[in-house]
Design a binder for this molecule. Structure first.
Ligand SMILES: Nc1ncnc2c1ncn2[C@@H]1O[C@H](COP(=O)(O)OP(=O)(O)O)[C@@H](O)[C@H]1O
Ligand SMILES: [Mg+2]
Length: 467
């Protein structure tokens, strides 16, 4: 399926500008055949479109700095059109959010090239394209051969209406990306409405490009990189709990709703986000249900389940991310604190604020080298120092290495590099580079020998002389 889409996109992009690619994707016949129209069903469809529209409009206005300004009419949002009774009202569309910076639009889309399929979920398909200046961005559009549109067409038999219903998810997402701006929320660069052959005003959003999250890859990454994902997530959840819109929860929290941008985790799929806390009459209505366990929460005097949005996010962070990524192969002195974070989020005994504070403490201990106390008790071996030199080969593998085929680890200081070398039976030398990781630690290549040493002004070699 994935390969088919990639091939289609690649073939088309060779011949057309991106606008044509999107038109082709939206060509008639791309979805399942529409059953005969059903009046009642179409009224229901119009109602659903309107509800989604109202939700997006609420988010565009709610909270601090919410107004989009003078509303502008968009045909996408104009629900009056062809729907039979009950007649859906004409709606004035909220002004679409104004992205910061250049605010890319249809012109950027027409000038883009090299469309490649990168992923699809239930509703949307995402393509990578290159802009004339060379920058790569992501385009999101309703997946016209996707499950969401397909099941809607089967139910309502109205392709355009179903497109609109799905496009309102994209609209909601666009509003939320803009309103929830944060380093761990995917950046929105702009959007474009354009007519395609059978659907007027198709919506495409233009965003920062990321790499889909692959859990298997994350499990093979260094602890430092895995910790970065968890810290990103802690910062994101803190932001969502205190957002200008209120406490935002992500109803669909699976790893595929996130992408990695330069090693940082960012949420990309916001169409299943919800701001309103669950209404309740009593605490019996406030059960937070997960496959493995349930939590009972209190019902507030205002008839809302207290803290449910925040707690849902936190337990999901625990079950999808923290439990797999935080503790394994962590520096031993950090294990008790990391275990405490995993346990407390798994029990929901801490809120988001406390969880983030503890994650930031871990970062501080790691970055400042305090976690090393007592572990650099003294080295048996002595090392000869060869300035401006490198050992190009003589690699051995270790886990989890920053590079395949070699043993490349980050260290706080020289003492830690010596400790590591002494703990590896193969290690006879190591090369300190001037490359650093996201925490500012230096990358070191560990080696089985020093038979061939070459000049390299950016590196320093240490060879084991004894011990
Ligand atoms: N900015 C992006 N860069 C790269 N891949 C992305 C980006 N946004 C989404 N994706 C990929 O596309 C898939 C579908 O996007 P998503 O917004 O989750 O759509 P849906 O609402 O249909 O689930 C995601 O699972 C992710 O792997
Ligand atoms: Mg998704």
């Amino acid at each position: 399926m994935r390969r088919r889409r990639a091939a289609v996109a690649a073939g088309l992009c060779a011949a057309f500008l991106l606008g044509s690619v999107l038109s082709a994707l939206l060509a008639p016949g791309a979805g399942p055949p529409a059953p005969p129209g059903r009046r009642g069903a179409r009224g229901e469809l119009a109602r659903q479109i309107r509800a989604r529209y109202e939700e997006a409009r609420r988010y565009s206005r709610a909270g601090r700095g919410g107004a989009w300004g003078r509303p502008e009419r968009r045909r996408l949002m104009d629900l009056a059109p062809r729907a039979p009774r009950p007649r859906a009202p004409r709606l004035r569309a909220p002004r679409a959010p104004r992205p910061r910076g250049p605010g890319l639009g249809c012109a950027a889309l027409r000038a883009a090239s090299g469309a490649q399929f990168v992923g699809a979920g239930y509703t949307k398909a995402v393509y990578r394209v290159r802009l004339p200046g060379g920058a790569a961005v992501a385009l999101k559009a309703v997946d016209v051969s996707g499950h969401d549109l397909g099941s809607c067409v089967r139910e309502f038999g109205a392709r355009r209406g179903c497109y609109r219903l799905a496009a309102h998810k994209l609209l909601k997402e666009m509003v939320l990306l803009q309103r929830l701006r944060h380093p761990n929320v995917l950046q929105l660069y702009g959007y474009c409405y354009q007519d395609s052959e059978d659907i007027p005003d198709t919506l495409t959003t233009i965003t920062e490009l990321g790499a889909p999250v692959e859990m298997v890859q994350l499990l093979q990454a260094s602890w430092e990189d895995r910790f970065r994902i968890c810290l990103s997530l802690g910062r994101l959840l803190h932001h969502l709990a205190h957002s200008p819109l209120g406490s935002v929860t992500l109803l669909d929290f699976r790893p595929r709703q996130f992408v990695l941008v330069d090693g940082e985790l960012k949420v990309t799929d916001l169409d299943d986000a919800r701001v309103e806390e669950t209404p309740c009459a009593s605490s019996a209505d406030c059960t937070l249900e997960f496959p493995a366990r349930n939590f009972s929460l209190a019902c507030s005097a205002h008839g809302r389940c207290l803290g449910m949005n925040e707690k849902r996010n936190l337990y999901n962070a625990y079950r999808f991310f923290f439990t797999y990524l935080l503790p394994h192969s962590a520096p031993p002195s950090l294990r008790p604190l990391l275990d405490a974070i995993v346990n407390a989020t798994g029990e929901l005994s801490w809120g988001v604020d406390e969880t983030l504070a503890q994650l930031e403490t871990v970062l501080h201990l790691f970055q400042s080298g305090q976690y090393l106390h007592n572990s650099t008790a003294g080295h048996r071996a002595e090392y000869r120092h060869l300035a401006s030199s490198n050992i190009p080969q003589e690699d051995y593998r270790c886990w989890p290495s920053h590079q395949h085929g070699g043993c490349v680890l980050s260290v706080f200081n020289l003492a830690e590099a010596k400790d590591i070398c002494e703990s590896h039976t193969q290690c006879r030398a190591f090369v300190v580079t001037n490359q650093t990781t996201w925490t500012g630690r230096q990358l070191v290549f560990f080696k089985t020998g020093w038979n061939h040493v070459e000049l390299d002004p950016s590196k320093t070699t240490y060879v084991r002389a004894s011990g």
